[in-house]
Design a protein. Structure first.
Length: 581
């Protein structure tokens, strides 16, 4: 049998032996009439659209746009479904399944005769999950996202997805919004498919994916259902196929994801005032190629890079404003020497060739200058005897934050208990109380849900309290805001210090010192640890059991220990034997 080194799929289709005949017939039976021995690359389209996931639903209409681009560039498109990770409806969290999606994409790419991959993703975990799989398979990949949904309008005001909901709920708890107004808000918020139109996790990750070189420059923010979004899909099909045909080793994912590109992504994340969830995903992506991203690196970047994107929840605009102002190319231009624009963009050219000045949108300046930032600090990485391996606070979305404060803890070791008790009119709580929720980490929940934004108790909301310090080993929605310390590592479920906290313990937050601590001696902590027992695990089989056994902590990206690749040997892609199945 004639086997060529390029494209990879030739090993399946070229030759006159019965195995090659079987493979060619399989695709012809699927409706593919191309000459499979002509050397055209087979390009996979990983489609994560689903009616269960409105964020990803617009991807369904983009499949043909991508396919047309692949065909026009000389490739053969093949479409396959992958898990649709929708944060709205998947419980306890779509994060529980990010690593499973990465396995699915990796094994599709390894086992099928694919030469390249276009990933169709939307809601936030689907994009990093697919990219993690593509990195491990080291298959040339570009991502196309569904794009942000249109904004609902209520009383003449455009509603930012997520962010408006958290504000409206606080108004409801404080008594400022009655049940009729609450229902009216619900109707206005249901404004169609697409991802969150604020700087939530999906928008943040789309922009970071663009910066990393896995998306065509200038395409992260095009709206769902727009002509620009369809054009981005078409051009992505063309560009990915052209990359496969160029066969340039520098364009393989494990080469594209360099330390320089990752640092650019951290700089961009800070300039966006973006989602804290992105930190976990960037760490996980880096781990697939043997790069270690640390909290110290992020904190160092955050100290030098202010928030420039005036987009909710750190600012006042919506993602459409960011897009009209010039999007990612304009933000990178505004960042100047903070980013290295010699790295490759998604089209294979240097980022320096794509930069453009930011534009104003009416009187709004969605992308500010370094001299006139939205906020001086996006993130603070905190450590101390409550978080020996670190924790994270998005300072930019906590305008009422008291950077140095001490208060008594009110501790819940159960999410269900917290939800049941938080609005009790007799809850013993003041504005100085520190609300603490444990058991929300990767092992504890499992999956590390976005439980970290503990609601302001109704008794305080009615008094006008709008923010207070909250601490959790869980995550927070990228669209949320407030003085929340999340990603505490190690988590309570594996014996982290949060597990030892009791109501009344004095907690001190010191943002300038990057410290989070409890006023307990090492001896007292040791005594409590000796008496501590982990909560019983109810998952005795299946994916949740596998997840709990192998997932890492937040500071390692919550990836599985058998999926990270710290050595060159672990990063070698073992190709399948192409024979009878």
């Amino acid at each position: 049998m004639l086997v060529t080194d390029f494209p990879r799929s030739a090993e399946w289709f070229v030759g006159d032996e019965e195995i090659a005949v079987m493979h060619r017939v399989a695709l012809r039976n699927s409706g593919i009439s191309d000459d499979l021995e002509a050397g055209k690359p087979l390009i996979g389209i990983a489609d994560s659209s689903s009616t269960l996931n409105p964020c990803n639903l617009p991807l369904r209409s983009l499949v043909e746009d991508v396919s047309r681009g692949i065909r026009d560039a000389g490739g053969i498109p093949v479409v396959f479904p992958v898990m649709s990770l929708g944060e709205d409806l998947m419980k306890p969290t779509a994060m529980l399944y990010r690593n499973l999606l990465s396995i699915e994409v990796e094994e599709y790419a390894r086992s099928y005769p694919l030469d390249g991959l276009v990933v169709l993703a939307g809601c936030d975990k689907s994009l990093p999950g697919a990219l993690m799989g593509a990195l491990s398979a080291d298959i040339r990949t570009l991502a196309v996202v569904s794009g942000p949904r249109q904004a609902g309008v209520l009383d003449g005001t455009s509603l930012g997805t997520g962010t408006a909901l958290w504000r409206a709920d606080h108004e409801r708890q404080s008594g400022a919004r009655d049940s009729a107004a609450w229902k009216e808000f619900e109707r206005a918020l249901a404004c169609g498919p697409g991802t969150c139109n604020t700087m939530g996790t999906a928008s943040t990750l789309a922009i970071l994916t663009e910066v990393l070189g896995f998306m065509l420059p200038g395409t992260a923010g095009a709206a769902a259902g727009s002509v620009e979004r369809a054009d981005a899909a078409y051009r992505s099909g063309v560009a990915l196929t052209e990359s496969v045909l160029r066969n340039d080793p520098a364009e393989t994912p494990q080469r594209v994801l360099s330390e320089t590109a990752l640092r650019n992504a951290l700089v961009t994340l800070c300039a966006l005032g973006g989602s804290p969830n992105a930190v976990i995903h960037l760490i996980a992506l880096a781990g697939r190629v043997g790069i270690t991203l640390t909290g110290a690196l992020l904190d160092g970047v955050a100290r030098s890079v202010p928030v420039l994107a005036d987009i909710e929840p750190a600012g006042v605009g919506l993602l459409a404003d960011f897009e009209r102002a010039g999007g990612t190319p304009a933000l990178l231009e505004a960042l100047g020497d903070h980013v290295d624009t010699s790295v490759r963009a998604g089209d294979g050219r240097a980022w320096a060739e794509h930069l453009r000045p930011a534009e104003t949108v009416g009187e709004h300046v969605p992308i500010r200058s370094l001299e006139d930032p939205v906020a001086p600090l996006a993130f603070a990485v905190l450590s101390g005897n409550l978080a020996p391996r670190g924790s994270l606070m998005r300072v930019a979305t906590a305008p009422e934050l008291r950077p140095v404060q001490t208060g008594p803890a009110l501790v819940w070791h159960s999410y269900a208990d917290m939800r049941r008790q938080i609005h009790d009119p007799n809850l013993a709580v003041t504005a100085d109380t520190v609300l603490v929720l444990t058991g929300a980490g990767p092992v504890g929940a499992p999956g590390m849900p976005e439980w970290g934004v503990i609601p302001i108790p109704r008794v305080l909301a009615a008094q006008g309290v709008t923010d207070m310090l909250r601490i959790s080993d869980g995550r927070m929605s990228g669209t949320a805001f407030g003085s929340c310390v999340v990603h505490v590592s190690p988590e309570a479920a594996i014996g982290g210090p949060l597990a030892l906290l009791r109501t009344g313990d004095l907690i001190t937050l010191d943002v300038p010192a990057r410290s989070l601590s409890v006023a307990l001696s090492e001896e007292e902590l040791a005594e409590r640890r000796a008496a501590w027992t982990p909560a019983p695990v109810r998952d005795l089989r299946g994916w949740p059991l596998l997840y709990r056994r192998h997932v890492g902590q937040a500071d390692t990206g919550c990836d599985f220990d058998f999926l990270t690749a710290h050595t060159p040997e672990q990063r070698v892609v073992v190709q399948p034997i192409v024979g009878l199945s």
